[in-house]
Structures are given as C-alpha cells and as structure tokens.
Design a protein around this ligand. Structure first.
Ligand SMILES: [Zn+2]
Length: 203
C-alpha cells in the first residue's frame, strides 16, 4: 500500500466524514492514547493507519464495555495492522482461553502443516469461499475474514459507532451451540464450522 504521511491517497470505502477525521488526526496523540492503555504503536506518522487502528480499538473496547464481553485486545499495533489483524488476536485469545496455551500451540502447528492445510482447503472450499478468497486457506483466515466482515457490517457509516451486538447470534458467541436448537442460521454448516474454529477445534 502506498500511503503518504500527509496526503491521503487511500479513499476506498471512506465517507467524507471519515476523510475529514483522518485529515484532522494527530498521530502522536493517538499513539499516546494507545500507550496509556498499555499498547505500543508504530504508525510511522501515518494518519490513515493510526485513525483506523483507533476506530478498531474503540469498537472492540465498546463491545466489551457495553455487552460485558471479554474480546482480547492487542499488545501492539504496527503499520500493517487493521481490523483483520485484530480479528486474529480476538480469535487466538478465545482459543487459548478454551484450550490453554500449550494445547493451542500444538493444535495450531498441527493444523498449519502443509498436508493438513491442503486437506482443509479441499474439504472446506465450498463452505468458506463465500466469506472471502483467503477464508479457505486456514481456519484462522476463515474466522478473521468472517469476523472482520461482521464488524464492518455492524458499524453505522455516519456515526462510526457499533449499532448492535453483532457477536450475539454469531458463531463467536460462546453459547452459539445453543442456537443450534432454535436458530436457522446456526443450523448452517458454515456457521457451525466457524464456531468450531473459534473454539480452537482447528481440524
Ligand atoms: Zn489473516
């Protein structure tokens, strides 16, 4: 991505309000705000990334505060980190809480060996390809891509605030298995697959 520090070349999907907020963004102040919350950053003076990271952070923090969730937050944010990367962190933290660190590392290493990856890709292509192109690459990409899509869809483009608890009735709700009994979407194979990955069942 070719983004100048002061010129905003990256306008795709940005409303005029977002663009003016980005222009007005003070990268140093945003970094200080993150530092106060124990998060190291290196935005290299980039207003777009700094502002987008702050938005992602506020969304996750807002979900935790407003809905009593415990979605994990990153320890550091660097230039290439956007919502997708936040989603990986959230997913990993949930899986580690479920499995414990040791088992999570073992299961992840196992899931990511080339043979298991290619089996995964063959087996789930038809179920995950509709989320995004790389969702079929690994269970981690499937969850990160789907969670990112749900996050973006849950934000009001004008107020830039989360409009509803989009985790509720999603594969990422811890009681999602109960939804299986009542909810139509939860009977969906893709839904159940994402719920399994979310909880660390990676193969
Ligand atoms: Zn990814």
């Amino acid at each position: 991505m070719n983004i100048q520090n002061t010129n905003l070349n990256f306008r795709a999907g940005l409303t005029s309000r977002m663009q003016s907020e980005i222009h007005a963004a003070d990268v140093r102040k945003i970094s200080q705000e993150f530092a106060k919350n124990g998060i190291q950053t290196d935005f290299k003076g980039n207003k777009v990334v700094a502002w987008c990271s702050l938005m992602c952070y506020q969304i996750i923090k807002g979900l935790n505060t407003n809905y009593g969730l415990k979605l994990g937050l990153p320890n550091g944010i660097f230039l290439d980190m956007f919502m997708h990367e936040f989603a990986h962190v959230i997913h990993e933290e949930n899986a580690i809480n479920k499995l414990g660190g040791k088992k999570f590392v073992e299961d992840t290493n196992n899931a990511l060996i080339p043979f298991n990856l290619s089996t995964f890709q063959k087996e789930y292509k038809h179920l995950l390809g509709s989320i995004c192109n790389y969702a079929q690459y690994s269970p981690f990409e499937a969850v990160a891509c789907d969670l990112t899509k749900r996050t973006v869809a849950g934000i009001d483009k004008n107020s830039l605030k989360v409009q509803s608890n989009f985790i509720k009735k999603s594969p990422y709700e811890n009681k999602a298995f109960l939804l299986n009994l009542f909810d139509f979407e939860a009977k969906d194979e893709q839904f159940r697959l994402l719920h399994r990955f979310w909880n660390g069942k990676l193969i």
